[in-house]
Ligand binder design. Structure first.
Ligand SMILES: Nc1nc2c(ncn2[C@@H]2O[C@H](COP(=O)(O)OP(=O)(O)OP(=O)(O)O)[C@@H](O)[C@H]2O)c(=O)[nH]1
Ligand SMILES: [Mg+2]
Length: 240
């Protein structure tokens, strides 16, 4: 049994997925894993299915028919996890590409379990946080985005686009998933913003974020556009 479910959305992550799964299951805390795969043409789901023989009770796979986006992958994962008999208390978001260090899951969990957080953010831009191996223009875009979000929403979170997260059950149960509209970076902002509006406490845990080494990025212009316009929409919505 475990009280913690780590959700990893995947799209063409065959170079990373096996090592990621093995790494998570060798951590000193017994996390469970749910991979949400969107019919990856490279066969990522087949690798997961084989590993389920090795980790039958801990490793789960949710398969969707096509590339439906990161936001709905997480929402489907949360819905799946909330109904499980394990009665998970902590739900984590993490990328498959090792940009997030799996051992930091333990620190995120602690920030909620003993640190008083309802939500914990693995933060690049809080004191002690870092970004490694990113070209300067990518850092500028990401850091600029965080300043923009804070200016528009006044949300006191230094890394509002972060995708390395721990949500407690009470937060996910309070959020109306059908009201969540965005799919990319804007999804990450919208979830934090919604949690905050519901009065939950968000704590930041400094992390070192590393650029992916293997596999291809799925970042697209449309995701950036959604975030720029979506943040304004969030603010406007909250004033109504
Ligand atoms: N299920 C699912 N997973 C996705 C989708 N898009 C991206 N992912 C996964 O989401 C995680 C983050 O995607 P990345 O491509 O690393 O995006 P990113 O971190 O914004 O971009 P990079 O920094 O360039 O890696 C990875 O585990 C991807 O495989 C999607 O549409 N569906
Ligand atoms: Mg990545």
């Amino acid at each position: 049994m475990s009280d913690s479910l780590v959700i990893i959305p995947t799209y063409n992550e065959k170079e990373n997925i096996e090592k990621m799964i093995d790494t998570v299951f060798h951590l000193s805390y017994p996390f469970h894993l749910l991979i949400v795969d969107d019919g990856s043409p490279d066969g990522t789901a087949n690798i997961v299915r084989e590993l389920q023989q090795k980790y039958p009770d801990q490793l789960h796979l949710l398969e969707r028919s096509g590339k439906l986006g990161l936001g709905t992958a997480y929402l489907d994962g949360f819905r799946w996890g909330l109904k499980r008999p394990e009665n998970y208390e902590y739900f984590f978001e993490m990328d498959a590409d090792f940009s997030h260090t799996p051992a930091d899951l333990i620190r995120l969990r602690e920030a909620c379990h003993t640190g008083g957080g309802d939500v914990a953010v693995g933060s690049r831009y809080t004191r002690g946080g870092r970004v490694e191996n990113w070209p300067w223009d990518r850092i500028a875009l990401s850091y600029g985005a965080s300043l923009y979000v804070r200016a528009v929403t006044w949300m006191p979170v230094k890394d509002p686009t972060a995708g390395f997260m721990c949500y407690t059950r009470r937060v996910l149960e309070a959020i109306d998933f059908s009201s969540i509209q965005f799919i990319g970076y804007a999804f990450q902002i919208e979830m934090k913003y919604t949690a905050r509006q519901l009065g939950f406490r968000i704590v930041e845990v400094p992390i070192t974020f590393t650029d992916r080494v293997l596999g291809a990025s799925k970042m697209q212009g449309a995701i950036i556009k959604e975030a720029v316009l979506g943040v304004l929409a969030l603010r406007f919505r909250s004033k109504k």
